[in-house]
Write a protein that binds this ligand. Structure first.
Ligand code: BG6
Length: 487
């Protein structure tokens, strides 16, 4: 079977990296607004780029003035807040059927624990949905994409604190009640597996506040609260709009054994199990036994409230969405050179080339991921992120010849189509990450560009923010028009 005729081609973004206007119309500060571009840290050092001390978060939370000098790049994003009409017109020109966005929790509940929602924030998304409707573009909305209110990090213990489930569900109830008639596709938590990789942006957890504690136990608990919240958010959405479709969202890591040594093969299997844990819980509704065994071995206690297991079982997701950028290798031997990869570091695959940020480019790994996920769950899949972060050059005539990006997308889309046509995968859609340039999640760089549309802004927030089509724009337009036949 070819791609379905209603295949959802589009592009992906997140409010915290795209909207800007960080303190406009009553918006509160999110954890993303306190992270900054730090050129003093190597851009391939993901872990260091994610770490912030308590003092740094506190200082940033009281620095609300100058985003460019202070380098809080996510505060300006790509200024979608003021340019949404222009951007949605560009989406329509590309032929988008869907647009992946998130709703910033802090536009609706500026501090997370507020009594009443902020009407000006709600009105902004009304305007966005009005504009999308004009062009028949279906929104795909993430409820939590690295943007919890910083207040919940400073004055609570982030997602470690069980009260945060209630705050989040109040936000979910508010936005789903308001927009249910306009939004059919929802995702609960972006890359729900990322708690231990970047606790601040995923879980509003400031590590220093837990000094002396077993941090892994803290993350396990915070994750559990997100799983319960995800199940209850799914319930809220279905109660309000029964035919709505709710997806989980995981970082799909494809892991290969470096050699045929059975120990390497087992290590790769274990690494992939770490990926599936997060979809297993949200699709099947319970933790796999091996996870309890692991917690036991590590002496970690997972505290569940009475009823948590029943909630997780009762409200599983309808589909599985994921990001896919690269693959990695593992080995139990001391052979192999380390690479950086999307958030994970692994052992370099000698058969693959890497991006400027050291991420291995592996289109066949995408096909493998699609097959593995579909065989495992037999539920529809959705690729909600894929793309190449690269430095783009604007030529003297204004053109941007990003053939490398076309090549990356072409080879990945080709494998995606094979997975559908030959391997029988049920795929709902494809939304490449950062269809328009936006601020990098990992390093807060603007120069790590993913878009088919260029945004004139540098790593320090200087620029006009004007939009410019890259060479990949007309290429992607043609791909969408031909439903993936003309690559
Ligand atoms: C995913 C995130 O992990 O990767 C996005 O969901 C992020 O928010 C994307 O932007 C690419 O990572 P980066 O660090 O290059 O922006």
């Amino acid at each position: 079977m070819p791609l379905r005729p209603d295949f959802l081609w589009g592009g992906a973004t997140a409010a915290n990296q795209y909207e800007g206007a960080f303190n406009t119309d009553g918006k509160g500060l999110s954890v993303a607004d306190v992270t900054k571009f730090r050129p003093e840290i190597p851009m391939t050092d993901f872990a260091k780029n994610q770490y912030y001390t308590l003092a740094e978060v506190e200082a940033a939370a009281s620095d609300t003035a100058d985003d460019s000098v202070l380098r809080y790049a996510k505060r300006h994003g790509s200024d979608f807040y003021h340019r949404y009409k222009e951007d949605i017109a560009l989406m329509a020109e590309l032929g988008f059927k869907t647009f992946r966005m998130s709703i910033a929790w802090t536009r609706i509940f500026p501090n997370g624990d507020d009594e009443k929602p902020n009407e000006a924030g709600l009105a902004f998304y009304d305007r966005v949905f009005d504009e999308l409707e004009k062009y028949n573009i279906e929104p795909l909305v993430t409820l939590s994409h690295y943007e919890p209110p910083v207040n919940l990090a400073l004055n609570y213990d982030g997602w470690y604190d069980r009260q945060v489930i209630d705050f989040f569900l109040k936000f979910v109830n508010t936005v789903v009640t308001r927009y249910a008639s306009r939004v059919k596709y929802w995702l609960t938590f972006n890359e729900v597996d990322s708690m231990s990789r970047h606790p601040l942006t995923t879980g509003a957890i400031i590590e220093e506040k837990f000094t002396g504690r077993n941090l892994e136990e803290v993350y396990v608990q915070a994750m559990h609260h997100q799983f319960v919240a995800s199940a209850l958010a799914t319930k809220i959405i279905h109660d309000i709009r029964p035919e709505a479709q709710v997806g989980c969202m995981i970082t799909k890591r494809t892991v290969y054994p470096l050699t045929a040594n059975p120990s390497d093969v087992l290590a790769a299997q274990a690494a992939e199990r770490d990926v599936y844990l997060y979809s297993d819980v949200q699709v099947r509704g319970y933790y796999p036994q091996y996870y309890y065994n692991q917690l036991n071995q590590k002496g970690i206690t997972l505290v569940k409230n009475l009823g948590d297991d029943e909630i997780m079982r009762a409200y599983p997701v309808d589909f599985i969405s994921f990001s896919y950028y690269s693959s990695s290798c593992v080995t139990t031997t001391d052979k192999g050179e380390t690479d950086s990869g999307n958030i994970y570091s692994g052992v370099k695959n000698p058969y693959l080339k890497t991006s400027e940020w050291g991420w291995a480019m592996d289109p066949q790994g995408l096909r493998k991921s699609l097959i593995d996920l579909y065989d495992r769950y037999q539920k529809p899949l959705f690729i909600v992120e894929n793309g190449l972060g690269a430095i783009d050059k604007v030529e003297s005539d204004g053109s941007i010849n990003d053939d490398y990006r076309i090549e990356y997308l072409r080879t990945h889309i080709r494998e995606m189509i094979r997975a559908v046509e030959e391997d029988g995968v049920d795929l709902l859609g494809y939304t490449p990450w950062g269809w328009i340039d936006l601020v990098s999640a990992g390093t807060s760089q603007m120069s790590k560009r993913y878009g088919v549309v260029y945004v004139d802004c540098d790593d320090y927030g200087n620029g006009t923010f004007n939009r410019r089509k890259k060479k990949s724009f007309s290429w992607y337009q043609k791909v969408i028009k031909s439903n993936g036949q003309d690559l």
